[in-house]
Design a protein. Structure first.
Length: 157
């Protein structure tokens, strides 16, 4: 969104950011497309490096509510953690995040996630037997956070 505003200025007719969600047989795919000018090929290899940023001068989110607890201004972008963490979360759920960029036009960010819960690699935390039965009814491996050595798959009888 920041790139779109920087590319097109603060006009009332910014190009839309398009979001496409597709539920395939194995994956859920999310594509986010912008027309923010794209990423130069010389920089594309760096965008997933932590702390790498293209934000110039720090985009500031201005708090218009002086009575709020979070008064003042806060940096909105530019720390270089958004893309690396987003890809890390996608990979944690056995998916991926890729970028397709056309310099001078825009960028597509595509997130792939496993659709079927049984294909997920993570172990769901369970706090009691009721939730263990609920998760286990579909055959998903579960673990109790209070006992890290406890892992099972509950099945309704």
């Amino acid at each position: 969104m920041r790139a779109v505003v920087e590319q097109h200025g603060r006009t009332s007719s910014l190009p839309p950011i398009e979001v496409l969600l597709v539920a395939g047989l194995e994956n859920v795919t999310i594509r986010i497309s912008d027309r923010g000018g794209g990423i130069p090929r010389s920089e594309i290899d760096y965008v997933f490096n932590y702390t790498y940023t293209t934000a110039r001068g720090g985009t500031i989110l201005r708090n218009e509510n002086p009575g709020s607890e979070s008064g003042g201004n806060a940096p909105m972008a530019g720390y270089g953690y958004g893309l690396p963490l987003s890809r890390l979360y996608a990979k944690y759920f056995n998916g991926d995040l890729i970028l397709a960029s056309v310099e001078g036009y825009g960028t597509d960010a595509i997130v792939y996630l496993k659709r079927n819960a049984a294909d997920a690699d993570e172990v769901l935390p369970v706090f009691n037997r009721t939730s263990a039965r609920q998760y286990g009814s579909v055959g998903i491996p579960i673990a109790d956070w209070s006992n890290p050595h406890f892992t099972t798959s509950w099945r309704r009888s």
